[in-house]
Design a protein around this ligand. Structure first.
Ligand SMILES: Nc1ncnc2c1ncn2[C@@H]1O[C@H](COP(=O)(O)OP(=O)(O)OP(=O)(O)O)[C@@H](O)[C@H]1O
Length: 294
């Protein structure tokens, strides 16, 4: 379903010539140009990986898409509408369609709220009735593979990976069409990273959500993306099919990034995303069968 060829060709998100400038303190000092004319589009159900070194402007693109960066030029349109010129009410309506998952699952969840209350918040704020919200919370916990009794527990009772599942569930509560994922696995250990990345892929296959997936880690981006854009000092220097960009990059900067990235296991590299899912499913089935025999 999420194969790029099978999704509609009309972009969900189109960023054209985007410029973001931050003011710099000091008499008559020119602003700092964090984005210098960035263009990018994302199709429905697609994952666009955004990779680049620290300070290249990845987070700023995500923040601009969320309406949180000072835009100096260019445009961002979502579903054909320019989002840089929305009234506050329209921006609020759009926020159901565009959600975010942050890097740190330890600070992004309110420690005093139960998981149920954390997931209920966006639902109740948007006008969902309490009974419908309770059903939706159950569905969300199931979608991110957490037990339904998780709703009654506090964030501190969960590991980092489980907390990130809660953050993902919260982002999905209002059935967004795009989720900005800003380094969502960087704070997790390697094996948890792989499981959470596979969860993102599973959810996309079930819901058709698109991701703008920001990471400084080329191997993470290679694992999850359909297409990849490479950022360098406020500009996109290369965009293309994930396998092509991460396998045979054209731009010297991407080549340097690739040399610095850990090499994936050759078997894993050869397996396409859809095939990987079939493989994972059969691995899970044989694990389950082994458990039953024991
Ligand atoms: N609010 C701000 N005020 C001033 N400068 C900012 C602000 N936010 C970001 N910048 C600058 O804009 C540039 C791009 O930052 P950004 O956070 O987008 O980079 P990044 O590629 O996401 O890096 P990292 O991986 O370290 O988060 C950096 O030089 C940063 O210092």
């Amino acid at each position: 379903m999420t194969d790029v060829a099978s999704v509609a060709e009309q972009p969900l998100l189109t960023i054209s010539g985007l410029e973001v400038e931050f003011p710099v303190k000091g008499w008559r000092r020119p602003p700092f140009k964090a984005l210098k004319g960035v263009s990018l589009d994302i199709l429905p159900g697609e994952t666009m990986g955004l990779v680049g070194e620290s300070g290249s402007g990845k987070t700023t693109i995500g923040r601009a898409v969320l309406g949180l960066a000072p835009i100096a030029g260019g445009s961002i349109s979502f579903d054909g509408r320019d989002t840089t010129r929305l009234s506050r009410a329209d921006r609020r309506a759009l926020s159901a369609d565009i959600q975010v998952v942050f890097q740190d699952p330890y600070t992004s969840l309110n420690p005093a709220m139960t998981i149920g209350d954390i997931l209920a918040e966006p639902l109740l704020t948007s006008g969902t009735a309490r009974i419908a919200a309770r059903d939706r919370i159950r569905e969300l916990l199931d979608l991110v593979n957490l037990p339904s009794d998780a709703a009654d527990r506090l964030p501190r009772e969960f590991s980092g990976g489980q907390r990130q599942r809660v953050a993902i569930a919260r982002a999905l509560a209002l059935r967004p069409r795009l989720v900005v994922c800003d380094e969502p696995v960087s704070a997790l250990d390697l094996s948890t990273q792989a499981r959470v990345l596979d969860l993102f892929i599973d959810i996309q296959e079930k819901t058709g959500v698109a991701y703008l997936f920001v990471s400084h880690d080329l191997s993470v981006v290679r694992h999850i993306s359909h297409r990849v854009a490479v950022m360098y000092r406020g500009e996109i220097v290369e965009t293309g099919d994930a396998a092509a960009v991460t396998g045979a990059p054209e731009h010297p900067y991407t080549q340097r990034l690739l040399m610095a990235a850990p090499v994936p296991h050759p078997k894993r590299q050869a397996v396409r995303r859809s095939e990987r899912h079939a493989l994972l499913a059969s691995q899970r089935a044989s694990d389950a069968a082994r458990e039953t025999v024991r």
